[in-house]
Write a protein that binds this ligand. Structure first.
Ligand code: DGY
Length: 381
């Protein structure tokens, strides 16, 4: 990356913060400026290597906002520590690209950006579900190719979702939001697997089921099943929302794919390596009625051979959180994490309630520091 690929905001700031990519909105820059930071922003759209980021950190750097495409491990946290760095924030809610243990070893707080992308990401999972179920992308290509010669009873037959069963793997914030959308919008029954029961979701759906009953409609149900396999066997749609770690790497492999219904739909807006993509390509080839919607890929930005040729797969480039409101909100949270630590504030640590940070009088805290207690950041009182 050449020096031309960086721009500086607030030249005279006394603290130096490196932000490896341009971020949407202005609020994040105002927050860092108010914290007396000189902000150096990478303008290249190419993914930066560890060496490039390390060079940019240089001899003196107080904080960094980095991307999920960067490997924040021993090398970069050593560079940041040696440069006097005190704060790092990922510009993402997921932080599987960050070795939090290494950051903690060097006493560096690690921030993320929860809360503002829950519904946005769930909405993309819903979009992928229906694009797949109703073959929207295939039909769009057909129209553009001017192949439409008149209405036919059999043209692009898809799957009706109403009243069917949706399976959610990982019922955290996003999985729960997706389940609620599918229930309220399409009256689907929910089965889920998560190591921890989501009582809020179960009670919410039970109450909604009672409401439907009171209206003379079929009630809907929400059941936590004992295993991923149990969900795969019964669900018409399965949406994946687990964290990526050693236990969820290739969670969807040949064996588990084979448990799904032949005409089921599989959605992934979590992390690519949760699916064995080679196995998925093979499964889609041999099961033409099986449908898939993917926002994420195992070797992002690359796709496994054969994936893009499959008509039964809808693919988008990791844009589940890509709305202006959400991406600006993520920038605000990432900047507030770094500025909050540099200002000496406490950690907010209520990732379900970070919206006050988007308002005019944000709390004097760092909104989401995942290793706050480990690095000795006190909790906001
Ligand atoms: C995240 O935040 O983890 C998403 O994958 C990108 O918004």
């Amino acid at each position: 990356m050449s020096t031309n690929d960086w721009r500086t905001h607030n030249e005279s700031g006394s603290k130096r913060v490196v932000v490896t990519k341009e971020l949407p909105g202005d609020r994040w820059l105002e927050i860092l400026t108010a914290a007396d930071c000189r902000v150096e922003i990478g303008t290249s759209t190419e993914i930066l290597s560890v060496e490039e980021i390390s060079d940019k950190i240089g001899d003196q750097c107080d904080g960094v906002i980095g991307q999920l495409t960067e490997k924040w491990g021993e090398e970069l946290f050593t560079a940041l520590k040696n440069a006097g760095g005190k704060a790092y924030s990922n510009y993402a809610v997921g932080y599987n690209n960050v070795d939090v243990g290494v950051a903690t070893k060097y006493g560096i707080p690690v921030g993320n950006t929860p809360g503002v992308l829950t519904d946005t990401t769930a909405e993309m999972a819903v979009s992928l579900t229906f694009s797949s179920a109703r073959r929207v992308v295939e039909a769009d290509a057909f129209m553009r190719a001017e192949k439409y010669h008149g209405w036919l009873p059999t043209l692009y037959l898809g799957e009706l979702m109403k009243g069917k069963t949706v399976g959610v793997i990982g019922a955290g914030r996003i999985g729960c939001a997706y389940a609620k959308m599918m229930v309220e919008g399409f009256k689907m029954n929910v089965v889920y697997f998560d190591p921890y029961p989501n009582e809020y979701m179960e009670n919410y759906i039970a109450a909604y089921g009672e409401f439907l009953k009171s209206q003379g409609d079929e009630p809907i149900t929400c059941r936590r099943l004992d295993s991923v396999e149990d969900v795969l066997r019964v669900a018409d749609v399965v949406s994946l929302h687990p964290l990526l770690d050693d236990t969820t790497f290739h969670l969807m492999n040949t064996e588990r794919l084979s448990l799904m219904k032949d005409n089921a739909i599989l959605i992934n807006a979590s992390r690519g390596p949760v699916i064995d993509e080679v196995a998925l390509v093979e499964h889609c080839k041999t099961h033409p009625d099986f449908k898939v919607g993917l926002d994420v890929f195992e070797d992002e930005p690359l796709m496994k051979p054969g994936l893009k040729e499959l008509p039964n797969v809808v693919i988008v480039p990791h844009i589940a959180s890509a709305t202006i409101w959400t991406r600006s909100g993520m920038a605000t949270l990432a900047a507030s994490n770094v500025a909050g630590v540099l200002n000496g504030y406490s950690a907010w640590q209520d990732p379900d309630d970070v919206l006050p940070f988007l308002g005019d009088n944000p709390p004097q805290a760092a909104p989401s520091i995942v290793n706050a207690s480990e690095v000795g950041l006190s909790a906001y009182a």
